[in-house]
Design a protein around this ligand. Sequence first.
Ligand code: KG4
Ligand code: ZN
Length: 351
Amino acid sequence: MTSLLILGIETSCDETATAFYDSEKGLIGHKVFSQIDLHNQYGGVVPELASRDHIKKLLPMVDHLLNDTGKTINDLDAIAYTAGPGLSGALLVGSVMANGLAFSLGIPSVPIHHMEAHLLAPLLEQDSAKMPFIALLVSGGHTLLIKVESKGDYKIIGQTLDDAAGEAFDKGAKLLGLAYPGGPEISRLAESGTEGAFTFPRPLLKDKKNLDFSFSGLKTSLMYRVKQLKLDELFTDQCRADLAFAYEEAIVDSLVEKTHRAVNKINVDSVIIAGGVGANKKLRSKMSKTFRKKNVEVIFPSLEFCTDNAAMIALTGSYRFQQGIHNENYQITVHPRWSIDKIYEEINAYG
Ligand code: KG4
Ligand code: ZN
């Protein structure tokens, strides 16, 4: 088969990203621009600002990628872009640009599910995980345990009933007076925390069959602790570090325990951990330790492919394109809410 060059475009939230993926040679180059500085002063992502900045950055980033890789726009065989889930305005910017460019070049555009791309991201660096496997997808908007039978066949076996794990990190960080995004900030502060100084609840653990998550009670519990400590004038730097330690540990323990249960239930040889929270060092080390004993392989993408990037979009686009699936009429439609077990329902509607 001749090789295909796919441009990947990611604009679902606060990262503008572009990548070239060659179906034979693999990833050729990728770029990520984070809007963190833009949103930091507001303590979270402001959707309208995110959309406007994607408009400014996206096409120049395609140009930079062409310059860096020595490719020309006419070398492209298809353009893959994130069609959902995500912020609607931000998704629309990527969709309009991807479809406009693809239409003008006379090449197909391929709509991609952002969480499927996170799930497949480890394949940028290694051939494959033995199917079926369990995937834990943990990002700012999602916490999902998925049984993966094959590429495209995803069954949700557990999910959060309220906040996502990344959201819990971000909200917790705000309560502790830390910057956005909260995950890396809480981790950094937790390094100087004392084990056992505080403990937080780990919900939904009693029923041994339960594979769902809940993080909103944890956040509320932190909120009351902080309020009381402030009233008692005990909210010192060391106290904040101790709270960060206990808070991070509670989130990580819930994720490890439920993934462990899923592996016991389904009996797989591999587990993939993906999404922004997958960059968490404590999560990585506790997962590896837990599954080493059971001879189950734990696969993490490297840090640059854990958080949002377009390499994973271009890679997923290459699979989807080879399945013969693309957006035939260059429809701009996006899917801000889109369940990972309903990928084909939405994609087939483009035909
Ligand atoms: O996948 P991602 O980059 O964007 C979404 O699709 O949401 O995930 C972003 C989330 C944020 O909530 C951020 O706080 C969290 O991932 N995150 C982390 C770490 N790095 C990013 N959470 C815990 N520890 C980290 N090191
Ligand atoms: Zn993401």
